[in-house]
Design a protein around this ligand. Structure first.
Ligand code: SF4
Ligand code: SF4
Ligand code: FES
Length: 553
C-alpha cells in the first residue's frame, strides 16, 4: 500500500524461522495468509497459517490478554500473560500464544474450555501485581492500563495480597527512599530525559520500551539492569532518554511506569473523546487520534494503520498540537476578500501543502469564476528531508499527491517568484510563503494586493493587506492523498478557538459564488475534478484509507 522503502521493518522476519528467542518480529496475518484448520476449544476453526497463535485467535474473535507482546515489536515472550494450552506428544501443556507459531491441525484450549488456562492467567496477573504499588487512583495510566484490564478480565475483583508482604520491588537502589509512613519505596518521578518520567515501582519489566528503542528507533537508550525481582529499567549511566520518537515508549508501556511530562496529571483519560484524523505535516499522512475534552486538545496519539505509520509518530508531529490554538486568526466577514479580489489585473492563487482535496477543488472553482485572469500555483519553500522509515516521508507538503490528482501545480512557486510583477492580486490559502523563506518570498511584495486565507497569524498574513481566518486542519473534515497514493480521511475535532471559523473550502466556494458548507458536497466537487475519485464515495473511505491506483506524490 505504501512505499516499502519508507519502513525498513515492513518485511518482518517470520516467527519460527530463527527461534533464537527475543528478536523475531511477529508475522501478522494478511489477505495473503494461507488459511489452515486448527481445533480451538473442541471446534474446528479456519485461521491464518503464517502467524502466531495470539494473532490467529484474534482473527476468530478470541482475545488473549498480553503485556509484553506488541504486533510491531520483536517478540520477547517474557510476561507469560498470554498462556493457552496446546495438545502435544506429551499431553496438554501451557504455552505462550504470542510465540507459538500456528500449525495445521494443532489443538488449542483457551479459558473458555480450560480451567487450567484460566487459573494460570489469573495467577500470572496476580503475580505481576505482587510488587506493584497501590497507585491506580493517582496513576496517569488508570483507565487505559493493560494491568488493570487483564486483572478485571481474569475476574479478580478482590485482592488476596497481604499488605505486609510484597512491595519488595525497589528498582534502582540509587532511587530508593523512605516514605512518610516509614516504608522503603522504589524510585518515583525518575527523570529519564527531557520528555519522559519513570515510576520504577509501576514497571513490570515487559521490556517493550527497550525493544522499541533498540529495534524501531534504532537508538539503544534504555536497558533492563540488575537481575530477577531486582530488575529495573534505566538509561546508560550519565545518559538521558532523548530521541525524536521517545514519546512512543509512553504509548507502548502497558503500565503507568513511563509517562510524558507534557501530559501527566493534565487530564483523566476517561474524560477524553477521540477524533481520528491524519497529521498534515508530512506527505506520509501519519494516522493520529486527536484526544479532546471541553473544546481543547489534550494530546495526540498514533492511530494504528499498518500501511502508513503502524503505531508510531514522531515527537514533532505529536507535540505540534500545543501550538494549534495559539496565534490564531479570528473569524471575519468575507466581504473584504471579495472587494480585494475585484482589483483589476491578474490573480495568483497559491495553495499550501495542507490544503485538502476539497480545498483544492474549491480553489479551482474560484479560478473558474475569475476567468482567464487567474492562475494556480502550489508548493512549499520548505526543505524535503529523507524518509525516517517510521512515520515521515520527509516531504512537508502533506497533500502533494492530492495536488497531482487534482491537477493543481505542486511545485511552481519559483515560477511565481520570477513572474511576480505580472500579477495584481495574490491569494494564499494555508500557504505561509513569507514564513517558510522570507528572502524567496520577498519578490511577492511586488504584487500590490495580497490576500491570505490562513489558520494562524503567519508572516504571510502580516505581509497581506487582507486576512481571513479559517479552520486549522485538525478542525476540518476532508480528504488527502498520501505519498503512497492512499486516499485518507480527516475528521474535525470540536476544538476550534472560534466557532465562527469555517474551512478554507467553504470560504473559497463562497468567493466563487457557490458556497459549499458540507464536506460531502465539497468532496463531490473534488470528484468532479479527479476521475480516480469517481467511484469512491466520501462515506466509503475507511479509517485506514482507500488505495488509489497509479497516484503517487
Ligand atoms: S500501572 Fe497505574 S493504573 Fe495500572 S495497575 Fe499500576 S498503578 Fe494501577
Ligand atoms: S517501563 Fe513500561 S514498557 Fe518499559 S519495561 Fe517497564 S512496564 Fe515495560
Ligand atoms: S504476551 Fe506472550 S509472553 Fe507476554
Amino acid at each position: 500500500m505504501r512505499n516499502p522503502a519508507l519502513n525498513p521493518q515492513s518485511v518482518p522476519e517470520p516467527i519460527g524461522k530463527n527461534m533464537s528467542n527475543y528478536y523475531n518480529m511477529p508475522k501478522l496475518p494478511s489477505a495473503k495468509s494461507p488459511m489452515v484448520t486448527i481445533k480451538v476449544d473442541g471446534k474446528d476453526m479456519q485461521v491464518p497459517g503464517d502467524t502466531n497463535l495470539l494473532e490467529a485467535l484474534q482473527t476468530v474473535g478470541i482475545e488473549t490478554p498480553h503485556v509484553c507482546y506488541h504486533p510491531y515489536l520483536p517478540v520477547s515472550g517474557n510476561c507469560r500473560q498470554c498462556l493457552v494450552e496446546q495438545e502435544g506428544p506429551r499431553g496438554r501443556a501451557l504455552v505462550i500464544s504470542c510465540y507459538t507459531p500456528v500449525a495445521p491441525g494443532m489443538v488449542v484450549y483457551t479459558p473458555a474450555s480450560s480451567a487450567r488456562v484460566k487459573n494460570a492467567r489469573r495467577a500470572v496477573s496476580e503475580f505481576m501485581l505482587v510488587n506493584h504499588p497501590l497507585d491506580c487512583p493517582i496513576c496517569d495510566k488508570a483507565g487505559e492500563c493493560t494491568l488493570q484490564e487483564n486483572y478485571i478480565e481474569a475476574g479478580q475483583d478482590e485482592s488476596r495480597l497481604n499488605g505486609d508482604v510484597g512491595r519488595n520491588f525497589h528498582g534502582n537502589p540509587a532511587h530508593q527512599f523512605v516514605d512518610s509512613k516509614g516504608q522503603l519505596r522504589g524510585g518515583k518521578r525518575v527523570d529519564l530525559g527531557p520528555r519522559i518520567v519513570l515510576d520504577e515501582e509501576r514497571c513490570v519489566q515487559c521490556d517493550r520500551c527497550v525493544r522499541f528503542m533498540r529495534s524501531i528507533a534504532k537508538s539503544e537508550q534504555l536497558q533492563l539492569a540488575s537481575r530477577g525481582d531486582r530488575t529495573f529499567i534505566t538509561t546508560f549511566p550519565g545518559e538521558k532518554l532523548d530521541h525524536e520518537y521517545d514519546l512512543c515508549v509512553t504509548d507502548l508501556c502497558p503500565t503507568g511506569a513511563l509517562t510524558a511530562k507534557y501530559f501527566r496529571f493534565q487530564k483523566r483519560v476517561w474524560f477524553l473523546s477521540r477524533t481520528p484524523t491524519v497529521s498534515m505535516d508530512d506527505s506520509l499522512g501519519a494516522n493520529i487520534w486527536l484526544d479532546h475534552a471541553d473544546g481543547f486538545l489534550w494530546r495526540v496519539m498514533p492511530r494504528c494503520n499498518p500501511d502508513v505509520n503502524r503505531t508510531w509518530i514522531s515527537n514533532t508531529s505529536r507535540l505540534a498540537f500545543l501550538e494549534f490554538s495559539k496565534n490564531r486568526l479570528p473569524a471575519s466577514p468575507l466581504d473584504a476578500v471579495r472587494e480585494a479580489l475585484k482589483a483589476p489585473g491578474k490573480v495568483a492563487l497559491v495553495a499550501g501543502g495542507e490544503c485538502t482535496l476539497e480545498d483544492l477543488a474549491a480553489l479551482k472553482l474560484l479560478k473558474k469564476s475569475l476567468g482567464d485572469r487567474a492562475e494556480l500555483f502550489g508548493g512549499t519553500f520548505k526543505k524535503i528531508f529523507p524518509a525516517d522509515g517510521l512515520s515521515k516521508s520527509g516531504d512537508p507538503m502533506a497533500d502533494r499527491a492530492g495536488f497531482k490528482l487534482m491537477n493543481v501545480p505542486d511545485d511552481n512557486l519559483g515560477d511565481l517568484v520570477k513572474r511576480a510583477s505580472e500579477f495584481a492580486v495574490l491569494v494564499t490559502v494555508n500557504a505561509d510563503l513569507f514564513g517558510e523563506d522570507a528572502s524567496k518570498a520577498s519578490s511577492l511584495e511586488k504584487i500590490a494586493t495580497r490576500i491570505a486565507l490562513a489558520a494562524f497569524n503567519t508572516e504571510t498574513v502580516k505581509k497581506s493587506q487582507v486576512a481571513f481566518g479559517v479552520n486549522h486542519w485538525s478542525e476540518v473534515a476532508g480528504t488527502m492523498v498520501n505519498c503512497g497514493g492512499l486516499l485518507q480521511k480527516l475528521s474535525a475535532a470540536p476544538t476550534a478557538p472560534d466557532a465562527a471559523l469555517v474551512p478554507a473550502y467553504s470560504a473559497l466556494t463562497a468567493l466563487a459564488g457557490n458556497e459549499v458548507t458540507e464536506v460531502s458536497a465539497a468532496y463531490k466537487l473534488a470528484q468532479g475534478e479527479a476521475p480516480a475519485l469517481a467511484d469512491v464515495s466520501f462515506e466509503s473511505i475507511r479509517s485506514t484509507g482507500f488505495m488509489l491506483d497509479g497516484v503517487k506524490a
